[in-house]
Ligand binder design. Structure first.
Ligand code: ZN
Length: 1042
C-alpha cells in the first residue's frame, strides 16, 4: 500500500504522547527481575520487583554501543516547533473515498493537494453508481416504499468546512504564520501551509517536511519498497518469532519442552501460527476456519429466534488465530477491527458489504502498562513500525517487519533482555512480548523541550451565566481539586472571564490579591502583562485560591447580557500560544458580540423533521480558531450550560478540531436543576484529575496492502495520516475506515499499529504503542464469521454522523438501514446454499439488525421526537468522540432486574461484592409491575419501580414505606443498613466507575415525567414514529429476499 502523500520522513524515530497521573501502574519500568506475562493477563503487580528502578537504570546494563545522543534537551527547532502543514482534513473527512455516495462534497475531496490513491476498478464502478443512502460500494438502491426509513435524498449540500482565507496570527513572535491556501473547491481544499516553505507539488502532494512527520516517521511511501517481490519468500522465513513454546510466557526459564526459538522451524512461516492450516480452509467451504467456535457457525433465522441478546455483556469475537499469537494480541478494549478476519481483496470486501475499519481507545486508563526505558527504540527502517509481537525473527540478528516486510537488523542493545538478564534473546524483550507498551522517548522525539502542563479557564460571566449559578460549582470543584491537577512544579494556570468585555487576572507572585484587568476593545484584543496571567500554580497558589473564592460573587449584580465569546477565545489563544496546553471554556448562551457571534436558527416546530435541520456550522470562525489552536498545541474543551439554543453545531468546532471535548448541561440551574449540578460536579472531578497528554500526535499504520482513508474523532489530520492531538485524554475514542488497496493473497496475517507520542504532565515524552494482528481470509463466509457486530455498529454510527452533515439526516438513516439489508442480502445470495425462508443471518451478525434499529432510535438519528437541536448535535459529538463501549451503551442500553439481586455469580473486586444480574431485552414485555428495573444508558441510569413492587425493595432499598411515598424526584438511593441496599449500591457504583460522563440516577415511578425517557429506550418496542424490532426484521427480510 502506498501512501503517496506522506512527506518523506527524515528517518528520525517516531514519537508519541503524553500522560500522567495514575503513576502506580503506568509508571512502572521494566528493569530487572522476572517478568510475567503481559498486559492481556494483567498479572504484573508492582510488587514483583520491576517497578522499583529509576528510569535510566536499564540502559546501563547494556553493552556499550553507539547510541543516539541522549542529551537532556533536544532539537528545539525554533520556528520549527509546530508546523502544521499541508493537507488539512477535518475529522471524518475523506482522503480517498470511493465508499461514499456520489455527492459533490465528497468527490471534491479528491482534488487539490490531497493525494489521491488509485481506485480499484471495482470500486470506481461502484462509486459512480452508488445511490445515496448507502455507505458501501455497490449498494443496491432501495426502492421507495411506504416504509419510513426511505426518504428521497435531498440534493442540497452544505459546506461545513471553512472557506479558505488568508489569515495571519500576530501577537507572539514565536508564532508561525499560517496561511490557508485553497485550491479546487475552496470549501474543502484548504491546505494549511507553513509560510516560508514552498510547497513542492510532486505528485500533487506536499513534500514539505513536517516536523512531526520527522519525529513520528512517515508511512510506506517514505521508502521505496523493500517488499518481497517473491511471495513465497514471505512464507518461508524460517522460524517466526511469536510462536514460542507453551510455558514460555512465564518468564521462568523455559523448562518444559521449550526449544530455543532458533530451532523452531515453520516451513510455511506465518502459517505456523495457525492450528488449522489456512491453506486447507482456502479451498473449501464456508465452514472453514472456525472449528474452534462451533456456535459461531450457526445460521440463525431471526424471525424464529428473536431473543439473541446474551444475558451477559456481549464479548468481542476472538480472531481466528493460533493461541500463541492470540494471547499476545492487543486487548479489544483498546483496539479492534470491524472484521476480525480480513478479506484478502477489496472485491471480497465489497461483496460482503460490511464496513472495514478500526475502533481505538488508545489512551485508556490501564491497570497494567509495561513501560520501557531504553535509549534505542527499535523500529522498521522502512516504514517506521515499532517492533512488536508479530514481527518475525529470521535469526538472532535480523527481524522482518510485519507491516512492510523489510528485513531489519537487530541492534546490539536489543540483544540483551533486561527481564531475564540474558544476552541473545531479542525475541523475549518486553517490546516483543507486549501488544501494548509504552516507551520513554529520547530527545529525538522532541521538537522542543516538553511543555509544562498549562491550564487556562475561560468563564462566561454575563447575566445569564450568573443566573445559572454555575460559577459556584466550577470554582468550588477547582478549589477541591487544585492539588490533584495532573502536573508538577512547572504547572501553570490562568483565568479569563468575559461578558461584553474581557477580563484578565494578574496572579503574579507577591501580589496581595488578584488583580483584575479589563479589556473593552473586543475588536482587536490585546493581552495586558501576559507574563502575569498564566502563572506557576505552586508559586501563586494562594492567589489562585483567593480568586476562586471571590469569583462567584464578583458578578452577582451584573446587568450585562452580551457575550463576546469569540474575542475571549482569541485572547485565550494568544495567551496560550507560546506554550500550548488545555483551555476549558464555560459558556451559557449564544455568543452575541464580536467575531464568532451567532444567530438563533433553531425552529422549534421543525425539531421533529428529518430535513432542513441545522447540523452544519453557521460560521467557520470556530473551526479556523481551532486549527490555529491545534498548531500551537492548544486544545479547547467546551462546557455548554444553557437552557436555550446555543448553536452547538458551530461552537462545537472549537473542540472538535483542536482535539478537545464537549460537555453539555441543558437547562443548568443551581436551584431549579440540582441533578445537573451533581452531574457537573462529578464530571468536573474526573475532568480535572484524569490523565492528560500534551502536544500529542498519533499515527496508525497497517500492513502493506491495506489503506486507511477516513478518520473519525476529535483532532486535526495533519499530513495525510498524522493526527494532531494538542491534548489527549483517557476518555477519547477514535475510528478509521480502511480499504484493501492491494491484494493480500500472499499474506496470512495482517497487523495494525497505533503509536501515540505525547508529553506527560510530568514532562516526560512518551510513546504508547498498540499492535493488533488479524488473519486474512479468502472466502466470503469467513469474512462474515469473523464480523464484530459492535465494532461495525460503532463505525456505521460514525459514518452516519458524517452523512447527516454532508447530506441529510434521512440520507444517513437510509444508509444505516441499507447497511443491514445489503450485507444480509450478500450473505443470503453468496454464502447460503439453500434458500430457506425467513431472515437468515450468520451468528456473528445476529444482533446487527437490532443495533441498527437502536441507532435509528438514538438521539443522534431519531426522528419524530422533540429532541432539541443542541441535544442532537451533542449526541453526534458523543458518537464521534466516545470509546466504543460507551457508544454501544448509549445506543443499546443494558436493562437489569434489580429487586431480587443476589450474590450468585457476583464479581469480587477488592473486598467488594458486585452482583451481576442478567441483561434483559429492551422491551416492556420484560418488565413486570412487581419488580424494579435498572436501565444503564451510558450517561444516565434509570431505575423504574413497578406499582406492585415488593415491600421488601421499597423499604430495604428505597427506604420508603409504600409506593406512594417514593419522591417524585429521586436521584439517589439512601445507604441503608440492609444487604439489599448494599448490593444495589455496589452494583450502581461499579457501573459508574471510569465513565467519562457521570450517569445520573433517576428513580422513576409510574407517574414520573421521566417514564417517557425510560420507555423511549425500549428499542425493541414500537413507538409513534419508529418500528418495533419485529416489524423492522420483517422489513429487512422483505428487502433481502427480493
Ligand atoms: Zn516496515
Amino acid at each position: 500500500m502506498s501512501q503517496p502523500g506522506i512527506p518523506i520522513s527524515g528517518g528520525a524515530p517516531a514519537g508519541l504522547q503524553a500522560q500522567n497521573g495514575a503513576a502506580s501502574a503506568s509508571g512502572s519500568l521494566y528493569t530487572n527481575g522476572p517478568v510475567q506475562n503481559t498486559l492481556m493477563s494483567s498479572q504484573v503487580s508492582v510488587s514483583q520487583g520491576y517497578n522499583s528502578q529509576l528510569p535510566g537504570s536499564y540502559p546501563h546494563l547494556i553493552p556499550a554501543k553507539t547510541l543516539n545522543p541522549v542529551s537532556g534537551q533536544s532539537n528545539y527547532g525554533g520556528s520549527q516547533t509546530v508546523s502544521p502543514l499541508s493537507n488539512y482534513q477535518g475529522p471524518g473527512q475523506t482522503l480517498y473515498r470511493p465508499l461514499v455516495a456520489s455527492n459533490p462534497v465528497t468527490t471534491s475531496l479528491h482534488g487539490g493537494s490531497v493525494p489521491r490513491m488509485p481506485l480499484p476498478t471495482s470500486q470506481n464502478a461502484a462509486a459512480t453508481s452508488m445511490p445515496s443512502g448507502s455507505f458501501l460500494p455497490g449498494a443496491s438502491v432501495q426502492p421507495p416504499s411506504n416504509w419510513q426509513y426511505n426518504y428521497p435524498s435531498t440534493g442540497s449540500q452544505t459546506d461545513h468546512c471553512p472557506r479558505a482565507s488568508s489569515q495571519s496570527l500576530s501577537g507572539n513572535t514565536n508564532l508561525t504564520t499560517h496561511q490557508y491556501v485553497s485550491s479546487g473547491d475552496p470549501s474543502l481544499q484548504n491546505s494549511f501551509i507553513k509560510s516560508g516553505i514552498t510547497p513542492n507539488t510532486n505528485n500533487g502532494s506536499m513534500v514539505v517536511h513536517n516536523s512531526y512527520d520527522e519525529i513520528e516517521g512517515g508511512g510506506f511511501s517514505a521508502t521505496p519498497q523493500h517488499t518481497n517481490k517473491n511471495p513465497t519468500m514471505n512464507r518461508s522465513v524460517g522460524y517466526s518469532y511469536p510462536s514460542l513454546p507453551p510455558g514460555y510466557q512465564n518468564t521462568a526459564p523455559p523448562s518444559t519442552t521449550a526449544m530455543p526459538p532458533s530451532s523452531l522451524n515453520y516451513p510455511s512461516g506465518p502459517q505456523g501460527f495457525n492450528q488449522t492450516p489456512l491453506g486447507a480452509n482456502h479451498l473449501t467451504t464456508s465452514m472453514s476456519g472456525l472449528s474452534l467456535h462451533p456456535e459461531g457457525l450457526r445460521v440463525i433465522n431471526l424471525l424464529q429466534e428473536r431473543n439473541m441478546l446474551p444475558s451477559t455483556p456481549l464479548q468481542p469475537p476472538v480472531p481466528n488465530l493460533h493461541e500463541d499469537i492470540q494471547k499476545l494480541n492487543c486487548n479489544p478494549e483498546l483496539f479492534r477491527c470491524t472484521l476480525t478476519s480480513i478479506p484478502q481483496t477489496q472485491a471480497l470486501l465489497n461483496k460482503a458489504k460490511l464496513p472495514l475499519g478500526l475502533l481505538l481507545h488508545p489512551f485508556k486508563d490501564l491497570v497494567q502498562l509495561p513501560v520501557v526505558t531504553s535509549s534505542t527504540i527499535v523500529r522498521c527502517r522502512s516504514c517506521r513500525t515499532y517492533i512488536n509481537p508479530f514481527v518475525s525473527f529470521l535469526d538472532q540478528r535480523r527481524w522482518k517487519c510485519n507491516l512492510c516486510y523489510r528485513v531489519n537488523d537487530v541492534p546490539e542493545e536489543f540483544m540483551y533482555n533486561p527481564l531475564t538478564r540474558v544476552y541473545g534473546e531479542p525475541h523475549r524483550r518486553p517490546e516483543v512480548q507486549n501488544a501494548t507498551i509504552e516507551f520513554m522517548a529520547p530527545s529525538e522525539y522532541m521538537l522542543r523541550p516538553p511543555q509544562p502542563p498549562v491550564y487556562l479557564f475561560v468563564f462566561d460571566v454575563s447575566h445569564n451565566a450568573v443566573e445559572t449559578g454555575y460559577l459556584n460549582t466550577v470554582c468550588q470543584s477547582l478549589l477541591d481539586n487544585l492539588d490533584l491537577l495532573p502536573g508538577n512544579t512547572r504547572t501553570k494556570i490562568g483565568f479569563i472571564t468575559f461578558d461584553s468585555t474581557i477580563h484578565f487576572y494578574s496572579l503574579q507572585e507577591g501580589l496581595s490579591q488578584p488583580q483584575m484587568l479589563i479589556v473593552s476593545d473586543i475588536e482587536d484584543v490585546f493581552i495586558p502583562m501576559p507574563e502575569n496571567l498564566l502563572v506557576n500554580l505552586n508559586e501563586s497558589k494562594e492567589l489562585v485560591q483567593d480568586l476562586l473564592k471571590t469569583l462567584p460573587q464578583m458578578f452577582t449584580k451584573t446587568l450585562e447580557t452580551q457575550s463576546a465569546l469569540g474575542p475571549a477565545l482569541q485572547a485565550a489563544f494568544k495567551l496560550m500560544s507560546p506554550t500550548g496546553g488545555r483551555m476549558s471554556v464555560f459558556q451559557t448562551q449564544l455568543p452575541t458580540l464580536g467575531v464568532g457571534a451567532l444567530r438563533p436558527r433553531e425552529e422549534p416546530n421543525q425539531r421533529s423533521s428529518a430535513k432542513e435541520i441545522h447540523l452544519t456550522p453557521s460560521t467557520d470562525f470556530y473551526k479556523k480558531l481551532a486549527l490555529d489552536c491545534s498548531g500551537q498545541q492548544v486544545a479547547v474543551d467546551l462546557f455548554l450550560l444553557s437552557g436555550q439554543y446555543s448553536d452547538l453545531a458551530s461552537l462545537g468546532c472549537i473542540s472538535r478540531y483542536s482535539a478537545g471535548s464537549v460537555y453539555y448541561y441543558p437547562s443548568y440551574h443551581h436551584q431549579q436543576n440540582p441533578v445537573q449540578v451533581q452531574k457537573l460536579q462529578k464530571e468536573l472531578q474526573r475532568y480535572l484529575t484524569r490523565k492528560i497528554g500534551f502536544e500529542a500526535v498519533m499515527r496508525i499504520r497497517c500492513t502493506k496492502g491495506l489503506s486507511i482513508h477516513t478518520f473519525h474523532g476529535n483532532f486535526f489530520v495533519r499530513s495525510t495520516d498524522l493526527l494532531s492531538l494538542p491534548n489527549v485524554n483517557p476518555d477519547a475514542g477514535y475510528a478509521v475506515q480502511m480499504s484493501v488497496e492491494e491484494s493480500l493473497t500472499d499474506t496470512q496475517l495482517v497487523s495494525f499499529q497505533s503509536a501515540l507520542l505525547y508529553t506527560s504532565s510530568k514532562g516526560e515524552r512518551r510513546i504508547r504503542v498498540h499492535t493488533l494482528c488479524l488473519p486474512v481470509v479468502s472466502t466470503l463466509n469467513e469474512v462474515f464469521l469473523g464480523a464484530d457486530v459492535q465494532a461495525i455498529a460503532g463505525l456505521l454510527a460514525n459514518m452516519a454522523v458524517d452523512r447527516s452533515v454532508t447530506a441529510s439526516l434521512s440520507d444517513a438513516r437510509d444508509a444505516l438501514v441499507n447497511a443491514v439489508i445489503d450485507s444480509l442480502s450478500a450473505y443470503r445470495s453468496s454464502v447460503l446454499s439453500n434458500q430457506q425462508p425467513g431472515l437468515m443471518v450468520p451468528f456473528s451478525l445476529r444482533l446487527f439488525p437490532l443495533f441498527v434499529l437502536a441507532l435509528l432510535k438514538q438521539k443522534s438519528f431519531q426522528t419524530g421526537t422533540n429532541a432539541r437541536l443542541d441535544e442532537r448535535i451533542f449526541a453526534m459529538c458523543q458518537v464521534k468522540n466516545q470509546p466504543l463501549v460507551y457508544l454501544m451503551l448509549t445506543t443499546h442500553p443494558s436493562l437489569y432486574r434489580v429487586d431480587n439481586l443476589s450474590d450468585e455469580g457476583a464479581l469480587n473486586i477488592n473486598d467488594r461484592t458486585i452482583p451481576q444480574p442478567s441483561i434483559l431485552q429492551l422491551s416492556v414485555e420484560k418488565l413486570s409491575r412487581d419488580g424494579a428495573f435498572l436501565m444503564d444508558a451510558g450517561s444516565v441510569l434509570m431505575l423504574w419501580v413497578g406499582k406492585n413492587c415488593g415491600q421488601n425493595f421499597l423499604s430495604r432499598v428505597l427506604g420508603v414505606q409504600n409506593y406512594a411515598l417514593i419522591p417524585q424526584t429521586m436521584t439517589d438511593l439512601p445507604e441503608l443498613d440492609t444487604p439489599e441496599s448494599a448490593r444495589i449500591i455496589a452494583f450502581i457504583s461499579w457501573l459508574r466507575e471510569q465513565r467519562p460522563l457521570f450517569p445520573i440516577l433517576y428513580v422513576i415511578r409510574d407517574e414520573s415525567p421521566m417514564k417517557a425517557n425510560f420507555l423511549q429506550n425500549m428499542v425493541e418496542d414500537r413507538t409513534e414514529s419508529a418500528l418495533s424490532y419485529y416489524e423492522f426484521l420483517l422489513h429487512i427480510q422483505q428487502q433481502v429476499n427480493k
